[in-house]
Design a protein around this ligand. Sequence first.
Ligand code: BG6
Length: 484
Amino acid sequence: PESGSLSIIVLGASGDLAKKKTFPALFNLYRQGFLPPNEVHIFGYARTKISDDELRSRIRGYLVHDKGASSQHLDDVSKFLQLIKYVSGSYDSEDGFRLLDKEISKHEYSKNTVEGSSRRLFYLALPPSVYPSVCKMVRTYCVNKSDLGGWTRIVVEKPFGKDLESAEQLSSQIGELFEEPQIYRIDHYLGKELVQNLLVLRFANRFFLPLWNRDNIHNVQIVFREDFGTEGRGGYFDEYGIIRDIIQNHLLQVLCLVAMEKPVSLKPEYIRDEKVKVLQSVLPINDDEVVLGQYEGYRDDPTVPDQSNTPTFATVVLRIHNERWEGVPFILKAGKALNSRKAEIRVQFKDVPGDIFKCKKQGRNEFVIRLQPSEAMYMKLTVKKPGLEMSTVQSELDLSYGQRYQGVTIPEAYERLILDTIRGDQQHFVRRDELKAAWEIFTPLLHRIDNGETKPLAYQPGSRGPAEADELLEKAGYVQTHGY
Ligand code: BG6
């Protein structure tokens, strides 16, 4: 039954992810009534020995941002914090997990509205190195044992491994302990409003159906830029690099939704089946279609090795070998310490044949989906320049969410994904075979980088990245739009 007690257990409760993302998302869900206090209890588990109140006061700072918070807000925060209990223990300690189970059971007993049923959601806000041991402990000591209903689910975050082999190993270890329907692999890009909109856009609009293919689309760009570097997390970042941090997961997931065929229905498994097919159709990456960069000053971070070869920027062209996409470059680009913070999808159409207006130079039709900041979709198109002359100009049809949906709060990605987990909807989570196919695409390139066979080019922080990346874009056929 989808009622009865619900326990949300945040493992790694005193870490950064938990404080910055998990607890604020839980708080937002609580405020909107999705975590009814007569059913829900939240447990924090971590090694640090602190009291319930100490954990609560640490979290509080992330829920109350300004001094002018309303008394209603402060009241909500206090009530929410009262739902949180802390248990301390290490990540391989039998005693710790036994104690955790005891606390959860106590709460279930006190709150059971449907006798005996229990829902247990374990959120691993932890480094992946401890996933296997934590999963084992949870499996052994903490799963829902009630035969009267309920469930146990676990949520894990990337990085899921470092390459195909390590990812498969991790998947097998977890797979021996939990069934696939119990495992929720978060890619928070799948929780973003405009990423979730992609399916609707593509399959509910007649406009796009006949155009969305190699006959009409020249190239697709999926771009992620950040205007800050890896300060404060250089140690973590250096082990992974921009491809593992952003491209192999976030951008590739977006690519799947842009390129996939229409699923049989909205059933999560049908959607994930189509995503896997796209990934399996991606051809091996061509060395000539990769540009790597590292911003100057990256190695000044004391946690980054002096000789680090880790890219903080990459542009990679992927080619999908199927009937819809053959010949269309999918350009994935991501970088830290660039000139702006933005994530967008740019679908560039082919030139109009027989151009009687001689307007080709002004640019092509382009459809842009801006994921952030300021969610928007706009279509660049050619119109007659208003006035007496018959000349043309590039203009746009613009759907900016801030204007069109004034007053609508767009939920945070994590908020949505945690709610999906509670509801048992795996549509926006990465399935094991998807993960494997994603690693298959990037592992050879990653190994070449790890072995020092391919080196990143230096670029200035605050720039567009290495100039070679723009050249690659041009070579792939992307045409910059001018003059609108
Ligand atoms: C994370 C990466 O997954 O995504 C970070 O590890 C990155 O390096 C972040 O900054 C970006 O997320 P968003 O939602 O701010 O685009």
